[in-house]
Design a binder for this molecule. Sequence first.
Ligand code: ZN
Ligand code: FE
Length: 254
Amino acid sequence: MLEIIQIPVLSDNYIYLLHDSVSGETAAVDPAVAEPVLAMLKQRDWQLTYILNTHHHSDHVGGNLELKHETGCQIIGSAKDKHRIPAIDRCVSEGERITVGSHSAQVIDTAGHTSGHIVYYFAEDNALFCGDTLFVMGCGRLFEGSAEQLWQSLQTLKALPAETRVYCAHEYTENNARFALSVESANLALHNKIALVQQQRAKGLPAVPSTIAEELATNPFFREDSTAIRASLHCMDNKPVEVFAELRRLKDSF
Ligand code: ZN
Ligand code: FE
């Protein structure tokens, strides 16, 4: 089994620790900061083997140098971000595989939020670590890519098995839910999901992970074919990518 620990840090980031008990290997996904990771490693008596970075933003790589210095871990990131991921050791590209013990992940190129964004998909473990590409009921902003690029990237994630758990890097769920409701107010699945999220957040629990199935039913950025969304955007006859671009534009100023 791949043990997954979720560590909330900064205002709304999540760092994930992945641990394979057979080999003892441990990976940290997007360590924004080092200290809470070091504390958790100590508490569990784990050694850090890898850092898996999804992209170069500081709230995803901020702990790289200190963690490498303290643990000697190997840092894995996109070949496209070779010059801007601190202390990167191994550059990976679309289709390559990385392993944590016997657990294997496929690297998927998801350009859009940044030009070098990648995600790590552990098929046998039903787990997707998607950084800032896909959020619960939302998606990343277009900082370095086009709407076309991010839309293409999301098409790949949409096609993953429905039961895949979506481990994104931020707790933006409640704000995303408000936007989703503003463009698709009659979506029953969305209302049910929001009720659940509110219960979780009221108890101080994360609303992450969700699943691909839940995202297909509730995330407007997965639902550009929805007649209700198209009607509320006055985009009835537009291409899916155009509806997506309009959703992203509206969300930017929501
Ligand atoms: Zn980012
Ligand atoms: Fe981020």
